[in-house]
Design a protein around this ligand. Structure first.
Ligand SMILES: Nc1ncnc2c1ncn2[C@@H]1O[C@H](COP(=O)(O)OP(=O)(O)O)[C@@H](O)[C@H]1O
Ligand SMILES: [Mg+2]
Length: 290
């Protein structure tokens, strides 16, 4: 009976989500173990088989750093900002497209799913430009050259629509290109938000290594289970988010401004967190609404 009641509780959500597109970002820190990653893939397949159209975007920062170390390449920083030179961007592509993306696709195949691995380059999905970063020197601002770090110029969702409409699950790495053929490393949160906006997705779901957004970032008991976009904007302005949570918040705000209905930040290392967040009243992470 307990098992049946779970299904019955899920029914209204399944009905609501059937046929809807959801962009799911798997963070580098939510992929640290193969086991956790495969379980996440299985949950995403469950979404797919109840009629949801998942679009997966993944990160991979920790693996890039690890591979660089293996190849004996010292990460370069200028004022705390990582520089992506020619040598580094080659490793970024190798790790993100050649390894992480292909591994996620393999798990989909292994568990009976049809996934298509691609980067932001494919089908000109994400057109990038070099990211301009400024720093303050005394009274004036000077530009810092980060190398091949990009930001989104625009998104062409056409290729995704072809893939999704034919029953496949796109798995996208955060590598993009400009019209001169320069390849850029992108922030995966931002790419996920941009794609969600371009697809007018029902939801943007971020799987990370914390339970959601904490009102006080140092207090794990201050998890916010539901908040408005305005509140999130306020937290960002007041500096109550730092590190990897900043691009997530920016991506969410951007996606909601572009027609995405809701965004969720959940702990990807907790088993079945996606299913609990989507199919139960209580949820498990942080939900942000327009
Ligand atoms: N207010 C906050 N609530 C939750 N996490 C926060 C907050 N501010 C900063 N963070 C940090 O953001 C991190 C998640 O981003 P990140 O490390 O980039 O993970 P991912 O690999 O999923 O992108 C958390 O581990 C946490 O340290
Ligand atoms: Mg991150």
């Amino acid at each position: 009976m307990e098992k049946v009641s779970v299904l019955v509780e899920a029914l209204p959500y399944i009905r609501e989500f059937h046929g809807q597109t959801m962009v799911i970002k798997i963070g580098g820190h939510a992929m640290v173990s193969e086991d956790v990653l495969e379980k996440t893939v299985k949950d995403i397949l469950l979404l797919y088989f109840v009629g949801i159209k998942p679009v997966v975007v993944h990160g991979g920062g920790p693996e890039i750093s690890e591979k660089m170390k293996k190849f004996g390449i010292q990460p370069k920083f200028v004022d705390g900002l990582r520089i992506t030179d020619k040598e580094t961007i080659e490793i970024v592509e190798m790790v993100l497209d050649g390894k992480v993306n292909s591994k996620i696709v393999s798990y989909f195949i292994k568990n009976g799913g049809k996934a298509v691995g691609m980067s932001g380059k494919d089908g000109l999905l994400v057109v990038a430009r070099k990211k301009k970063v400024k720093k303050k020197v005394g009274e004036s601002e000077v530009e810092v050259d980060l190398g091949f770090v990009g930001e989104t110029e625009y998104v062409n969702p056409g290729i995704l629509e072809i893939i999704i409409d034919n029953g496949y699950i796109p798995v996208i790495s955060p590598v993009a290109i400009d019209l001169n053929g320069n390849v850029y490393n992108m922030n995966a949160d931002i790419v996920a938000g941009d794609i969600a906006g371009a697809l007018k997705a029902k939801k943007l779901i971020m799987l990370t290594d914390v339970d959601g957004i904490y009102r006080d970032k140092d207090d794990r008991s201050s998890l916010i289970s539901k908040m408005s976009k305005d509140e999130l904007e306020r937290m960002l302005r007041e500096g109550r988010l730092d590190g990897g949570m900043i691009p997530k918040a920016e991506a969410i705000i951007n996606a909601l401004n572009n027609g995405v209905e809701k965004a969720h930040i959940i702990n990807g290392s907790k088993e079945h967190s996606i299913l609990i967040e989507l199919f139960t009243k209580e949820g498990i992470g942080t939900m942000v609404y327009r």
